[in-house]
Design a protein around this ligand. Sequence first.
Ligand code: IPE
Ligand code: IPE
Ligand code: MG
Length: 236
Amino acid sequence: MTDEKNEKKIPRHLAIILDGNGRWAKKRNLPRLMGHRAGLRKLEDMVRLVKREGIRYFSVYAFSTENWNRPLMEVTGLMRLFAYYLRRKVEEVKAEGARIRFCGRRDRIPEDLLKQMKWAEEHTKDEKILDFILCINYGGRAEIIDAVNSLIASKPNQPVTEDDLRKHFYLPDVPDPDLIIRTSGELRLSNFWLWESAYSEYYFTDIHWPDFGENELKKALADYAGRERRYGGLKS
Ligand code: IPE
Ligand code: IPE
Ligand code: MG
């Protein structure tokens, strides 16, 4: 599995479903928001590690369209944490050569966070080593619906192709995720990259997101390197 050839098989786009912040906090008798804080902190290290592995696109699922259904205090706290993290960490991320991008609906996002998001995007737009994509207020179904509506507005009454639709996704230039990691034990997508994950490889671990580290990342990447992707064709 780890022969020389396979070791070079690096995902171009790595996606992570950051799950388990709440359980991490609960285990320590801490409020859930402390778990979210620890989770965001972990993300800083991960950008560096991912870049070191030679990954070109790194997307993280940080807040889903369904996460608005959580108690208002948790939602508000999370939005504040996102804004705080951006304010404090954009320079560091930029210094790594990473371009920060956001993926999701922009409605419902508090003004202060929206401002930070726009600034982060603008400030890092020329970085080319890594695209660091934060999926906030993202839902795969919402993305497909938004793309369909935008497509029928631009091409009324005409048959469309997969490529036509793809051009209307939130980030059409970003390649589909090669590997999707989900932490904390749940075996589901929870509405992440629905269309784009058609041929993604999956890796699940019981580790809660704030405990996910370099070793775990290496384990996931080694596992990926040993997989054979066939896309419905025959063995090469
Ligand atoms: C993931 O952690 C972060 C978000 C969904 C915002 P959770 O908050 O879902 O943590 P658990 O699943 O309750 O442990
Ligand atoms: C998925 O986690 C969304 C994010 C990690 C942002 P959830 O904790 O919201 O998913 P479910 O509710 O367990 O499916
Ligand atoms: Mg969860």
